[in-house]
Ligand binder design. Structure first.
Ligand SMILES: [Zn+2]
Length: 96
């Protein structure tokens, strides 16, 4: 049943209910737009989770810093999508 993926979908997981969990990049409003987070969203139920590409790092001397880790965000998003796909039994609304 290969159907075309919506634009921007990085990865797609099939849930046990027959819906999908799609991973997409969230883009900021800069020119050109840059991804700042990876979004995992279920098409069968309202569940979604956003994984920021920026991680807050606490410094030993005090204070905090932000580090850019898009690969880590993608990894966490895939893990969330996989886990949700294994448990979500919501059935997608049929398209007329
Ligand atoms: Zn779901």
């Amino acid at each position: 049943m290969p159907e075309t993926w919506p634009a921007g979908v990085i990865a797609r997981y099939l849930t046990v209910g027959g819906a999908t969990v799609d991973l997409t990049s969230r883009l900021n409003v800069m020119t050109p737009p840059e991804p700042f987070a990876t979004l995992a969203a279920c098409s069968g139920c309202p569940a979604y989770q956003e994984f920021s590409h920026w991680r807050l790092i606490w410094q030993l001397e005090g204070g905090q810093d932000e580090e850019h880790h898009p690969a880590a965000a993608d990894k966490d998003a895939r893990a969330w999508a996989q886990a949700h796909a294994e448990t979500c039994r919501a059935v997608p609304r049929p398209t007329a």
